[in-house]
Design a protein around this ligand. Structure first.
Ligand code: PLP
Ligand code: COI
Length: 362
């Protein structure tokens, strides 16, 4: 089977410059979508076919579509940034493509070739380049590649037809407070993922599993939930949509990938970037008791969350059934801010990219 090329069928009625500029002045997160989307079909026996860039539009879905019932769905999130010379680059799209393949394997879905995933991202960014916010801030064009089963039927089995799509949305800060520390509710009873489950796949079910705890966190005045491992309820894993980092005097630690948390691309980039900045960065286990005790003793200097949408966001207050404590006096920590700047400088093309992470598009 050959990899199809993407046929361009652009919109005859894109938003006017004035309408688009009004959106770009205050994009928020995930509220507005560009003029186009990419759609690629997969059919058993035929493989990937009919790859098209078309005007953004609703999908027509049969009520018995298998995704609606059994959640055979995966997605990705990556960003295109405007560089100082006006060009546009994606950050590590091949890493997202590989993770998308891993998610597909876990959900018994067909794997999209890495080059087709990247070509689809490139196509929408090129077509909707005017939607990439200006250089200067941390605004970006957020891409949401995803795959759903498109077969109709109520039998529980892997579907024989799928749709891969990429949509794009201009993005400001994920948290309205920007770089203001977020508060965390530490969930000691509800879990997000279990060993042998789907925690390391980027699939909608994991996010559905997180919504009730997220609502409980909001009711307690917290922005996000931190999850513990599902067996011992002891080991810190991640937030609902971000990985965690713990900053000690002599080292920076992020929870080891055990299979029940997502292998974040930001997390991976920071393991390397922290080393570039002279810090010792490592994967390890952090227990909830250790988090609390080390915060209270002052040994744990800073905690931050990281992800594509959230970039790097400091953790301020932590609340749990066992009590409440604060990280670095509730202020953004020095190491957190240094890493945040180093990462954003590479993503936005302000700093040299020694790792080959930026992927020029337009
Ligand atoms: N963990 C979860 C559950 C996520 O949804 C995300 C966001 O994509 C992350 C971690 C961070 O991953 P990445 O840095 O690849 O965006
Ligand atoms: C991302 O960071 O890209 C995600 O998918 C996380 C989600 C909370 C928006």
């Amino acid at each position: 089977m050959t990899t199809p090329s993407i046929e361009l069928k652009p919109s005859s009625h894109p938003l006017s410059d004035a309408e688009r500029d009004a959106i770009l002045a205050s994009p928020g997160f995930g509220r507005h979508f560009t003029d186009h989307m990419v759609v690629i079909k997969w059919t058993e026996g035929r493989g990937w076919h009919d790859a098209e860039l078309v005007p953004y539009a609703p999908l027509s879905i049969d009520p018995a579509n298998m995704t609606l019932h059994y959640a055979q769905e995966i997605f990705e999130g990556l960003k295109a940034y405007r560089h100082p010379d006006g060009s546009v680059a994606l950050f590590r799209p091949e890493a997202n493509a590989r993770r998308f393949q891993a998610s597909a394997r876990r959900l018994a879905m067909p794997e999209l070739p890495v080059d087709l995933f990247v070509a689809a991202c490139d196509a929408i960014v090129r077509q909707d380049e005017a939607w990439v916010p200006a250089h200067g801030g941390e605004e970006s064009l957020y891409l949401r590649p995803f795959m759903i089963a498109s077969e109709v039927g109520l039998g529980v089995r892997p579907a024989s037809e799928y749709l891969f799509l990429v949509i794009a949305s201009p993005a400001g800060a994920y948290f309205p407070g920007g770089v203001k520390p977020v508060s965390i509710w530490l969930s000691e009873d509800r879990v997000r993922a279990v060993p042998g489950g789907m925690g390391d796949a980027k699939t909608g079910g994991n996010y559905a599993a997180s919504l009730l705890a997220q609502a409980e966190a909001a009711a307690k005045g917290c922005d996000q939930v931190a999850y513990l491992d599902a067996v011992e309820h002891t080991w810190v894993e991640e937030l609902g949509g971000m990985n965690l980092y713990f900053v000690y005097e002599d080292r920076i630690v992020t929870p080891t990938l055990t299979g029940s948390l997502l292998a974040g691309i930001t997390r991976d980039s920071l393991l390397k970037l922290a080393g570039d900045l002279g810090y010792t960065s490592e994967e390890g286990r952090v227990s909830i008791d250790q988090w609390q005790a080390d915060s209270e003793s002052g040994a744990l200097k800073e905690v931050f969350a990281c992800g594509t949408a959230a970039v790097i966001t400091p953790v301020g207050t932590v609340k749990s059934a066992r009590g409440e404590w604060q990280q670095s006096g509730g202020e953004p920590g020095e190491v957190t801010l240094k890493l945040r700047k180093a990462l954003l400088d590479i993503q936005t093309g302000k700093a040299a990219d020694a790792h080959g992470w930026t992927h020029p598009v337009a």
